[in-house]
Ligand binder design. Structure first.
Ligand SMILES: Cc1ncc(COP(=O)(O)O)c(C=O)c1O
Length: 393
C-alpha cells in the first residue's frame, strides 16, 4: 500500500501542539481521547488563515458568508436546500444549543437526549437550567445502536420541550436511516417537541452510508427544527470558534430571531473565514481525509480482535470515533482509567457519556496509522498487565 502523508506524522511534532488533546496528559501518555484530528489543515483553510494573520486581519467577526458557504455545501453534498437568510452564526454548537434552549423553553423544561451522549449535552442542558431526560439507545436485531421508540415516546409524552438529537451520533458513529429519521419526526410532531439536530459530524460520513439532514424531511417537525452545523469537526477547527444555527423552516427562523444579537460576536473572525474556506474549497481534503480515516477504521477492525479479543465494538458509519465495550475485561465502570494507569494511553471515559457508558471508552482514530497501532499496543499491554514499552511510538 502506498504511503500517505499522514503516515509520516511525528509524535514529537504533535506534542508541540497547544490544544487540549496534546496538553492534558503527561508526555508519556498517548492521547486518543477528545475529538481533535492530528492532521495538517486543508490547504484552503491554511492559506486563508496565513493571509489574515499576515494582514493583521484579526478584528471583530463579520458573520457574512458563512451561511452561504454552508448552503452551497449542503446543496451539493446532501441535496438539501438551506435558506441561508435565517441562519445565525454562533461561537460553537453547544453555545448555540444553550441559547436556543434559553429563548425557546422554560426553566426546568425537559430536554430529551439519547444516551450514550456527547458529555456536554448533559452539562449544557443543566447550565441552561433545563432538565436532562436521557433515553438509552438499544441494540437492534443486527446489533446496531437504535432508538428505543417506546421509551422515547414515553419521554416525549411526559411533556418534553425539546429533543437534542445527535446525527450522526457521537459516540456510537450511527448514521440514522431515512426510516429512522421519519419515525423520530413523526413522534416529535405528535408531541410537539422541538428537535435540535446536532449535525456537526455529518461531513464525516463514510462511503456506503448517507447522512440525511433532519431539516430535509418533509414534516412539520423538520420545519420547526434547528440544526447545528460547523466545519469544526470535519476540518479540525474547533479552537477557532464558529458554527451555525440553521432553521428548518419559517417557524424555526422566527425562533432564531429571538437569539441575542451579540451571540455572533462570540464567533472568531479566523473561525468564520476557515469555515467558509472549508465548506467552499475543502472538498478534496475532506475526501482524502475520510479515505485515510476509513483505512484506520479497517486497521482497527483487523488489529483489535488479535490484540484485545475481549473488546466488542461496531465500526462507526460516520465520525472518527470508536465506541469500545470493554466490560468483558472486568475493569469496572471506567476502563479508560485502567488504560491510562497501566497502558499510558488516554481514551475518553465512557461513564461521562451517561449510564450506558459504564464499562465503555471512546477511542479517537484521527491520527496516523502507526500512532493508532501504538495506542492499541498500549491498550493490549494494559490488558496483559504489562507496562508500555518506553519511548514507543
Ligand atoms: C456531537 C457533538 N456536538 C458538538 C461538538 C462540539 O462542537 P462545538 O465545539 O462547536 O460546540 C462535538 C465535539 O466533539 C460533538 O461531538
Amino acid at each position: 500500500m502506498s504511503e500517505h502523508p499522514y503516515d509520516s506524522l511525528r509524535e514529537e511534532d504533535l506534542r508541540l501542539r497547544r490544544s487540549v488533546k496534546w496538553q492534558q496528559f503527561p508526555a508519556d501518555v498517548l492521547p486518543v481521547w477528545v475529538a481533535e484530528m492530528d492532521y495538517p489543515l486543508a490547504d484552503p483553510v491554511r492559506e486563508v488563515l496565513l493571509e489574515m494573520v499576515e494582514r493583521g486581519d484579526t478584528g471583530y467577526v463579520h458573520p457574512g458568508g458563512v451561511a452561504e458557504a454552508y448552503a452551497a455545501f449542503a446543496a451539493q453534498r446532501y441535496g438539501q436546500q438551506v435558506g441561508p437568510e435565517g441562519a445565525r452564526v454562533i461561537p460553537d454548537v453547544m453555545r448555540g444549543v444553550h441559547h436556543v434552549l434559553a429563548v425557546h423553553t422554560e426553566p426546568g423544561a425537559a430536554v430529551v437526549i439519547d444516551t450514550p451522549a456527547y458529555p456536554p449535552f448533559f452539562s449544557t442542558i443543566t447550565a441552561a437550567e433545563r432538565r436532562v431526560v436521557d433515553v438509552p439507545l438499544v441494540r437492534d436485531a443486527d446489533g446496531r445502536f437504535a432508538h428505543d421508540l417506546d421509551a422515547l415516546e414515553r419521554a416525549f409524552a411526559a411533556g418534553a420541550a425539546a429533543y437534542l438529537f445527535c446525527s450522526p451520533h457521537n459516540p456510537t458513529g450511527r448514521v440514522w436511516s431515512s426510516a429512522e429519521l421519519e419515525t423520530l419526526a413523526d413522534l416529535a410532531d405528535r408531541y410537539a417537541v422541538t428537535v435540535l439536530a446536532d449535525e456537526v459530524h455529518s461531513p464525516l460520513t463514510y462511503a456506503g452510508h448517507a447522512h440525511i439532514p433532519f431539516a430535509s424531511l418533509d414534516s412539520d417537525a423538520a420545519r420547526r427544527s434547528v440544526s447545528f452545523v460547523s466545519a469544526s469537526k470535519a476540518w479540525n477547527l474547533p479552537g477557532l470558534k464558529c458554527a451555525l444555527a440553521v432553521p428548518g423552516g419559517a417557524p424555526a427562523a422566527q425562533l432564531l430571531e429571538a437569539l441575542p444579537e451579540e451571540l455572533a460576536f462570540g464567533a472568531g473572525i479566523l473561525g468564520a473565514a476557515a469555515n467558509v474556506a472549508a465548506f467552499r474549497d475543502g472538498g478534496p481534503w475532506l475526501r482524502d481525509t475520510l479515505d485515510y480515516l476509513d483505512g484506520n477504521r479497517r486497521a482497527l477492525a483487523e488489529q483489535l480482535p488479535a490484540l484485545l479479543p475481549q473488546v466488542r465494538w461496531s465500526p462507526p458509519e460516520a465520525t472518527y470515533l470508536a465506541w469500545l465495550d470493554l466490560r468483558p475485561l472486568g475493569w469496572g465502570d471506567d476502563p479508560a482509567s485502567v488504560l491510562l494507569e497501566r497502558g499510558r494511553v488516554a481514551l475518553y471515559a465512557g461513564p461521562e457519556f451517561g449510564v450506558p457508558g459504564r464499562g465503555f471508552a471512546r477511542l479517537n482514530l484521527a491520527t496516523s496509522r502507526a500512532l493508532l497501532g501504538e495506542a492499541l499496543e498500549r491498550m493490549a499491554g494494559a490488558a496483559d498487565g504489562q507496562m508500555p514499552r518506553p519511548g514507543g511510538g
